[in-house]
Design a protein around this ligand. Structure first.
Ligand SMILES: [Fe+2]
Ligand SMILES: [Fe+2]
Length: 146
């Protein structure tokens, strides 16, 4: 059983690098779900949470650099700032979750469902990841035909 499944029609930005990172985030969330659902050792849940936290921060950083490189951040600075805020809030929630777990607090499935819903709407959202994905794609196309 998995919590979230990749679907090209819904999630793909047509930029391989971005899609690969999003797929990895789904995989980590599913690993966490599975570890909790099947009652795996707390240590494994903790390891997965730390990796999810690390990878979330890495992906958001990479995405924000790409937004600069493709011109999206310059063309719509408010879109960029909003996007950055969303990243910051979500990354803070993941860190909070990791801390709670480290302090021995129980993590509920609702929290994982929240993370799933957030990733779903953020990655599929036209004015979120699909929006700058479009810019990156145009840039890649222009580069290809030079
Ligand atoms: Fe994003
Ligand atoms: Fe993303």
């Amino acid at each position: 059983m998995s919590l979230i499944q990749w679907d090209d029609d819904r999630y793909s930005t047509s930029v391989e690098k971005i899609d690969d990172q999003h797929k990895r985030l789904f995989e980590l969330l599913n690993d966490l779900y599975e570890a909790m659902e099947e009652g795996h050792a707390e240590e494994e849940v903790g390891d997965t949470l730390r990796e999810l936290e690390r990878y979330t921060e890495y992906h958001f950083g990479d995405e924000e650099s790409m937004m600069h490189d493709c011109g999206y951040a310059q063309d719509c600075s408010s879109c960029f700032r909003d996007h950055q805020d969303m990243h910051e809030n979500f990354a803070a929630k993941v860190s909070e979750l990791r801390e709670k777990h480290e302090n021995g607090e129980y993590i509920t499935m609702e929290v994982l469902e929240f993370a799933r819903d957030w990733l779903d709407s953020h990655i599929a959202g036209e004015d979120q990841d699909q929006g700058y994905g479009e810019y990156v794609r145009q840039e890649l196309d222009a580069y290809q035909y030079q």
